[in-house]
Design a protein. Structure first.
Lengths: 163, 159
């Protein structure tokens, strides 16, 4: 069975059909997916703002990061759960949508971007995070994060028009 | 000139016709709208959670307030500017949409509340606010902004 066939099978289950056509539940899940952007991406953007010294400069990066992550992580968890539900409801149409594929690619790259930050810059943070200068590499990571998250949001919006 | 006529004029305009008939124009403008909202709500969450005492307690309120204010306002302006271009191609549709009317009303209240009363509370009390001291003010702020966002989402679903 190919992935497309699997997605087709999922989309055709009674559960997926009922969910897709639900007057209240579907918009509620979709709305929650979109509004949890405020916790997840919204807070990450504020961390990017601090790394780029566009705000919160008097606070060490590590302190802002720690406080941001406490709420961004649950935000991403909500995003992920509602996203998986939305995928299952329309598995075939979503899987074959090119914006969805770009979105997934962007999320993968954002994951790598975050991992590079975690392994390359996080360990040495105590050295630089209260000072004037933020390593150029860390700033590049923040800019990539800003731009890619914007692309993710745009792909999500564009794909919704084609489902 | 009646509003009705204004909607008609906007509907008939050539430039706006391009927006309406391009397959990608509206979703792309909406992406900027969503990005603005994300910025606005992300910033607002920081200040309001701090006031509620459920996060950002390691940083003093006045240190958070300035950048939060700046970025929330930028997000709001981006959302309003892009929202305008979603609205003009089809004003009559939105004017007849209950969710849209609720959204605009609550938006007006939210802006007034945020930039008058809320701002004063943050300014006058920021010197020594213990987390959790204000409960009502941040709750009202969060409720207003998230109501605007939910009403916006339901424009497409509820009408």
């Amino acid at each position: 069975m190919s992935i497309v066939e699997l997605c087709q099978a999922i989309q055709q289950t009674a559960w997926a059909t009922r969910f897709r056509q639900a007057d209240l539940f579907f918009p509620l899940v979709e709305g929650t997916h979109i509004l949890s952007l405020s916790l997840s991406v919204g807070l990450i953007l504020m961390l990017d703002v601090r790394i780029l010294r566009l705000g919160f400069q008097s606070e060490p990066v590590s302190r802002i990061m720690r406080q941001v992550m406490r709420w961004a992580l649950p935000g991403f968890a909500i995003m992920f759960v509602t996203g998986v539900l939305l995928f299952l409801a329309q598995a075939e149409s979503v899987y074959t949508n090119s914006y969805f594929r770009v979105k997934m690619l962007m999320l993968l790259l954002l994951g790598i971007n975050a991992a590079v930050f975690q392994f390359k810059y996080f360990p040495s943070m105590v050295v630089w995070d209260s000072g004037e200068a933020v390593p150029a590499g860390a700033q590049v990571i923040a800019v990539v994060s800003l731009i890619f998250w914007m692309v993710v949001i745009a792909c999500g919006r564009l794909m919704a028009y084609e489902l | 000139m009646s509003l009705q006529r204004l909607w008609q004029m906007s509907y008939d305009s050539k430039t706006i016709d391009i927006l309406r008939n391009s397959k990608h124009a509206i979703p792309i403008i909406q992406s900027f709208h969503l990005f603005g909202i994300t910025l606005l709500l992300g910033a607002m969450v920081i200040l309001n959670f701090r006031m509620l005492g459920i996060g950002f307690g390691e940083t003093r309120l006045e240190v958070l307030a300035k950048p939060v204010w700046k970025w929330a306002t930028s997000g709001l302006l981006l959302a309003m500017a892009s929202g305008f271009f979603v609205f003009v191609p089809d004003p009559a549709r939105y004017a007849a949409n209950k969710s849209f009317l609720v959204k605009m009303t609550v938006l007006l209240v939210a802006i007034l509340f945020q930039y008058t009363f809320y701002r004063r509370v943050v300014r006058t009390e920021s010197a020594n606010v213990r987390p959790g001291r204000h409960v009502v003010v941040p709750l009202v702020s969060l409720t207003l902004w998230f109501t605007v966002a939910w009403a916006g989402r339901s424009i497409a679903f509820l009408g």
